[in-house]
Design a protein around this ligand. Structure first.
Ligand code: SAM
Length: 288
C-alpha cells in the first residue's frame, strides 16, 4: 500500500475534505478566541516588537486568527511573523487569505518555503540569536522524522516567558487508536505520523517541561465510508488510514477490520442516521 504522505498534493486535498466534514478548524478558532487571549496578553507586555512564528502554517487560517488576537492584546506592538511551510500551494492559499484579511498592516511576514528541519539547519548556519515570543505548530508534527527533537529545537528559540502552541490528535481519540492499532499494517515503518498528544505529554513530563493542555472535541462525518464506490467516502477512508486508495489496495480482511473499528460504539456515534467518528485534537501550551 502506498502512503498518502508520499503524495503530497493528494494528501492536502483530502485533508481539506476532512476540514469540510468536521468541526476541526471551528474548534481551533474557538480555542484561539476564548482560551488564547489571556495567554497572549501575558507574553511580551510593553515590548515594541513581537516575534511570532508558524511551523507548518498551511493556508494560514488559524495563524491569522492568532495574529489578530495578538494585535488585540498588544495594539501598539509591531509583529514579525516567520512562516515555515514547505508547500507552494499552501503558501499561495495563505497569501490569498492574507490579501482578504484587514487589520494586519502592523505584521511583517517572512516567508520560508521549507520544512521544519530545513529551517532549523538554516537558522543554525546563520547563527541567528533572535528569540520568539510565540510559535504555533498545529497539526504538523506528524510529518517530521523526530518530533521530540523538533520540539526541543523550536523551544530553544523562545524568549523567556514565550510559548509554543502545539495541536495534534489527542492520544485517546478513536483516530489516534485506529492508527496505533493498524500502524504495522497500514503505515510506513520508521515514520512518525502516528504521534499524538499522549506521546508528546510523556516526553515533556520526562524532561520536566511545563505545559498546559486543552481538549478540542471534534467529530467527523464518515457515513459515506460505508458505501462502497462512494468517492467522498473512499477519500475519507484514505485520510483516516493514510493510505492511497485504501479500499482498493488493502486486503479484504484488513479493509473489513478497519471498517468494523470505525463503526464500534466506543469509536463513533450515530446522530440522525449519520456516523460521526471521534477525531478530537488537543492543544498543548508549552512554556519556554
Ligand atoms: C495538516 S496541515 C496543517 C496546516 C495548518 N497548521 C492548520 O492547522 O490548518 C499540515 C501542514 O504541515 C506542512 N508540512 C508538511 N511537512 C512539513 C515539514 N516537514 N515541516 C513543516 N511543515 C510541514 C504541510 O505542508 C501542511 O501545510
Amino acid at each position: 500500500m502506498e502512503s498518502l504522505l508520499d503524495d503530497y498534493s493528494k494528501y492536502l486535498s483530502v485533508y481539506e475534505m476532512l476540514l469540510a466534514n468536521s468541526a476541526e478548524h471551528r474548534c481551533m478558532k474557538e480555542f484561539v478566541h476564548t482560551k488564547l487571549p489571556e495567554v497572549l496578553a501575558s507574553i511580551g507586555k510593553g515590548e515594541p516588537t513581537l516575534n511570532m512564528m508558524g511551523v507548518g502554517s498551511g493556508s494560514g487560517e488559524i495563524e491569522l486568527e492568532i495574529l489578530k488576537v495578538m494585535h488585540e492584546k498588544h495594539p501598539d506592538a509591531k509583529v514579525n511573523n516567520e512562516v515555515v511551510e514547505p508547500s507552494e500551494c499552501m503558501l499561495k492559499k495563505y497569501n490569498a487569505l492574507l490579501s482578504k484579511t484587514p487589520g494586519l498592516e502592523h505584521v511583517t511576514f517572512h516567508w520560508n518555503k521549507m520544512t521544519a528541519t530545513e529551517f532549523e539547519n538554516d537558522w543554525k548556519k546563520n547563527n541567528s540569536d533572535r528569540k520568539m515570543h510565540f510559535i504555533n505548530m498545529i497539526q504538523m508534527l506528524y510529518y517530521v522524522e523526530d518530533p521530540e527533537a523538533t520540539i526541543s529545537f523550536y523551544r530553544s528559540l523562545l524568549q523567556k516567558g514565550g510559548k509554543i502552541l502545539l495541536i495534534l490528535l489527542a492520544g485517546e481519540t478513536a483516530w489516534a487508536r485506529l492508527i496505533k492499532k493498524f500502524q504495522d499494517q497500514i503505515c510506513k515503518k520508521g515514520f512518525a505520523q502516528s504521534v499524538n498528544t499522549s506521546d508528546i505529554k510523556r516526553f515533556l513530563e520526562s524532561k520536566n517541561i511545563p505545559y498546559q493542555n486543552y481538549k478540542l472535541r471534534s467529530l467527523t462525518d464518515i457515513t459515506e465510508c460505508f458505501t462502497p464506490g462512494d468517492l467522498k467516502g473512499d477519500r475519507l477512508l484514505d485520510l483516516l488510514t493514510e493510505v492511497v486508495e485504501f479500499r482498493k489496495t488493502a486486503s479484504p480482511k484488513l479493509r473489513d477490520e478497519v471498517l468494523e473499528f470505525l463503526k464500534q460504539p466506543e469509536n463513533s456515534q450515530t446522530v440522525n442516521g449519520r456516523i460521526l467518528f471521534d477525531c478530537s485534537t488537543e492543544a498543548l501550551l508549552i512554556d519556554a
